[in-house]
Design a protein around this ligand. Structure first.
Ligand code: GSY
Length: 216
């Protein structure tokens, strides 16, 4: 507990040390900043996160399902999974069509640790990016991390191209149409309606319906 940031703040969570349960004399309760960004802080509040998953190599559907199944061990509780969509490649066009989906999860991990966890899943599954924006067995991106805006070299959240990608917006709108972009305030449904992207995105019938165990 030596790393705790103890601050006398309004709107904070109150910690009651275990002394109280033992009936011993308590000093006044500690107040701890709920928005503690210290990577060592043991009291990171849970964040609702949205992740985009894509695969265009091998058994694409199995790759998506395998990655989703790995999220629990990486510290993400899966709350919702969109249907799977077959999508035309964007950015780098000379490659096979993707299967894409979006996951809503909950995590106490700081954003950079979450990113490292996703990269760990990709590596463990054998995904390699031989060409930038080219074919990959599995690709996982953080679209949203609560309502936070993060702009550092390693990570930009909200994902800076999410509004330009129907393969992101269509599955995201399926599970969170009214969710608002933290910077612009637009709903996901609105972004999908107004995006300039005209690439083909089609929901695959029968691929929807991840089981509870796949959600972790
Ligand atoms: O950014 C994710 C990788 N990616 C995709 C993708 O997942 N789906 C589609 N349809 N096109 C893509 N281009 C890239 S890069």
């Amino acid at each position: 507990m030596s790393d705790l940031k103890v601050r006398p703040l309004v709107g904070t969570r109150t910690l009651r040390p275990s002394l109280r349960q033992r009936g011993e004399q308590l000093s006044p309760p500690l107040t701890v900043d709920k928005t503690c960004y210290d990577q060592q802080c043991p009291l990171m509040p849970a964040q609702v996160v949205y992740l985009s998953l894509g695969s265009n190599v091998g058994d694409r559907e199995a790759n998506l399902r395998g990655a989703i199944a790995s999220l629990a061990a990486a510290g993400v509780r899966v709350r919702q999974v969109s249907s799977i969509y077959e999508t035309e490649p964007v950015d780098y066009l000379e490659q096979g069509w993707f299967l894409n989906c979006v996951v809503e999860g909950e995590t106490e991990l700081p954003a950079l640790e979450l990113l490292q966890g996703l990269r760990g899943i990709e590596a463990a599954m054998g995904s390699k990016k031989l060409v930038a924006k080219g074919p990959r067995l599995i690709d996982m991106d953080i679209l949203l991390y609560g309502t936070e805006i993060i702009d550092i070299a390693e990570l930009q959240v909200p994902h800076p191209r999410m509004h330009l990608r129907r393969f992101v917006l269509a599955p995201l709108a399926e599970i969170a149409a009214e969710l608002r972009h933290p910077s612009w305030g637009d709903s996901v449904a609105g972004l999908l309606e107004r995006t300039a992207d005209r690439s083909v995105v089609r929901r695959i019938d029968g691929a929807a319906g991840f089981t509870a165990s796949e959600k972790g």
